[in-house]
Each structure stands twice: as structure tokens, then as C-alpha cells.
Design a protein around this ligand. Structure first.
Ligand code: SF4
Ligand code: MG
Length: 339
């Protein structure tokens, strides 16, 4: 498929009074039309910062950025604000965790969707309202005509998230960035929303970047998965490879802390320690202070940053770790605890 988003060697830094925050440290990935890439990591891993960079949402005066972000063939790093704004409104759309913050509280939901449509289409208000009602219908909101005339507070959390998706898709964006779109919702509604996203992707054919801290949600919808730690990708591959045969100890940790994947939910193994400081990243492998396998490898983990490399020749599955035989270790020591 056509590559809609291509990020190469992206670096994002924020100078602060406490020092330079190294939020994204050399990140490369791409997404094609019709495909979903899930970016997974704890808070502070750089997953949101990198997608905000794609949206051109960082204040250029307070941010240092380098590398390349190509959206639909247009380079955004170093581009004028006008170019970024144009791309942002025509090609990319973003949905957030909290739809309440995306809707104006005192405007009717249908009209807000219609207004977004009118920005890019020379049609009458009536036609735009019809489009809004149709979008509400397509995201599974019952009585869409009546609902279009309601205010955001009259919608439940799940319904508001559906309306947010309707707003996000009303202009047929080539790229949809969904940042923790279901985190605030209960598990049943989460599943419905993810299913909805997957269905809509078939209709609209957009590329989707799904940002989440929850590896469990990605299995439903992602084609590819990138796991981030300390502003870098530590594992990147197809959803199947990353979820079924992961290679990185941090991914093992994330999988081990998913209730439904671990034995009876009683065998949860949260990753010990805390995410790293982005002002003082650990030397070598940023994960080494938390890694149960560091001692097995020894000094290289502390001294040398592992490259993001294929674990077998020619494979598109990449991981960043010095462990020589991660698959065997995963099978013998980790996999049983997940069964
Ligand atoms: Fe653990 Fe070393 Fe691999 Fe880092 S490089 S994840 S510390 S084994
Ligand atoms: Mg976030």
C-alpha cells in the first residue's frame, strides 16, 4: 500500500530549567493506507510526543526537532506553519482519550461535526448537517438525527468517543492518530470502540496510528506494533510477532502484566522499578536498571546502546537487546507464566 506516514530518525528535545528532556531519541517507522500501527509504551516513553510531532503540535520555540516526518509526501520538519496547518487539517486527524476536551461544551454535537466538514467542502449547511448525521449513524449512534441536536454532556462516555471518531473521520483523513482512545472507558465499551475503528478502517481506508500503554488492546486491531521505551523503539514488527513471539525483555514485562494473558490474573508480574528520567537516560540499554536479564549479559547492557536490529537475517521484526537467544529464554522462562 501507499505509505502515508514515514518517520525517520526523529529526535524531539525540550530544554527545561532542569535540563534537556530527551523525549524522542532516534525513532523511525512508517504506516501504509489501510494499515494500523500500534505504538505501545508507558507514560514518558515518547509515544505521545512523537505523534504530536507528526501533528505539528509542538511549539517550535520550545522544542528542538530533527530527523524527518513525511506525511503524504510532505516533509514537516522545518516546514512553514502554513504547510503544517494545511497538512494537519486536510490529511491527518487526531482522536484523544478525553473527547470532552475535543468538543465545545455549548455547541450541538452534529453541528460541530458539520462545521469540520464545511472547512473542506463547499456545500450548504444543510448538506453538511446531513453528512454529520450520516457519520453519527456510521459510528453506531442510535437515533443519529436526534442525537445530532444534543450537546456533549448529553452523551455517555462511550457515545462521546464514538462521536469523536465521527468527527475524526468526517473529512476522510488519510491518517488517523488515536492517542489512548479507549483508556477512559470500561472494558466492554473499549472492545466495541476498537472493533468500530477496525470496521471503519475498512470503509475509509485510512492509515491508523494507535497509541496506547495497553498491549492487550492492540491485538484486536493492529497490523504492526512498535514498543517504545525511553524515547526509542525497543521492538517493532507485525502484531503477531510482537505479541506471540516477542524478543525484548521489556515487551515480556508488558505482556506479563496483562491480566487476561497471565495465569488466573493472580500471577501478574508488573515490571519492577520506574520509567527512566528523560533528562538523565541510563547509559547503555535504557532498560537495564529494570531488566531481569541484565546480569546474564553483563557489562554491554550498561555500556553500549543495543541497535534496533533484525533478530534473524532478513526478518522485518526488529528488537534492541544484547541477549543472544531471546526466543529460547522467552519460551523457557516467561512463556509458562503467561499460559
Ligand atoms: Fe536487558 Fe540487556 Fe537486553 Fe537491555 S540489552 S533489555 S538490559 S538484556
Ligand atoms: Mg499520552
Amino acid at each position: 500500500g501507499e505509505t502515508v506516514l514515514k518517520v525517520e530518525d526523529l529526535q524531539v528535545q525540550f530544554p527545561t530549567a532542569d535540563g534537556l528532556v530527551n523525549a524522542v531519541n532516534g525513532l523511525s517507522y512508517h504506516v501504509e493506507l489501510g494499515k494500523t500501527l500500534a505504538i505501545v509504551g508507558e507514560s514518558g516513553s515518547g509515544k505521545s510526543v512523537s505523534s504530536m510531532a507528526v501533528m505539528g503540535l509542538h511549539d517550535p520555540k520550545r522544542t528542538r526537532m530533527s530527523g524527518s516526518i513525511e506525511v503524504d509526501g510532505t516533509e514537516l520538519i522545518g516546514a512553514s506553519q502554513a504547510t503544517i496547518r494545511k497538512m494537519r487539517s486536510r490529511t491527518v486527524s487526531m482522536i484523544f482519550q478525553d473527547p470532552q476536551s475535543s468538543f465545545h461544551p455549548f455547541k450541538k454535537i452534529g453541528w460541530q461535526i458539520a462545521e469540520a466538514y464545511l472547512v473542506h467542502h463547499k456545500v450548504s449547511k444543510k448538506v453538511a448537517m446531513e453528512r454529520a448525521v450520516d457519520m453519527l449513524d456510521r459510528v453506531g449512534i442510535p437515533n443519529p438525527k436526534r442525537r445530532a441536536n444534543q450537546y456533549p454532556h448529553e452523551f455517555s462516555g462511550g457515545m462521546r468517543q464514538r462521536a469523536m471518531i465521527a468527527l475524526g473521520l468526517v473529512n476522510n483523513p488519510k491518517l488517523l492518530i488515536a492517542d489512548e482512545p479507549t483508556t477512559a472507558l470500561d472494558v466492554t465499551v473499549q472492545a466495541q470502540i476498537l472493533e468500530l475503528l477496525a470496521d471503519l478502517q475498512e470503509d475509509f481506508g485510512s492509515a491508523i496510528v494507535l497509541i496506547t500503554h495497553d498491549l492487550a488492546v492492540v491485538s484486536e486491531v493492529a497490523d504492526d506494533v512498535m514498543v517504545m521505551y525511553g524515547g526509542r523503539a525497543v521492538e517493532y514488527g507485525t502484531a503477531h510477532d510482537v505479541l506471540v513471539n516477542p524478543r525484548h525483555p521489556y515487551t515480556w514485562g508488558l505482556l506479563g502484566s496483562i491480566p487476561k494473558l497471565s495465569a488466573q490474573g493472580s500471577d501478574l508480574r508488573p515490571i519492577r522499578g520506574l520509567p527512566p528520567s528523560l533528562i538523565n537516560l541510563p547509559t547503555g540499554c535504557s532498560f537495564h536498571p529494570r531488566c531481569d536479564f541484565q546480569e546474564r549479559v553483563g557489562e554491554p547492557c550498561i555500556k553500549t546502546l543495543p541497535g534496533l536490529e533484525p533478530r534473524e537475517p532478513g526478518s522485518a521484526r526488529l528488537s534492541r537487546c544484547h541477549l543472544p537467544e531471546p526466543a529460547e529464554i522467552f519460551e523457557s522462562e516467561i512463556a509458562q507464566t503467561l499460559e
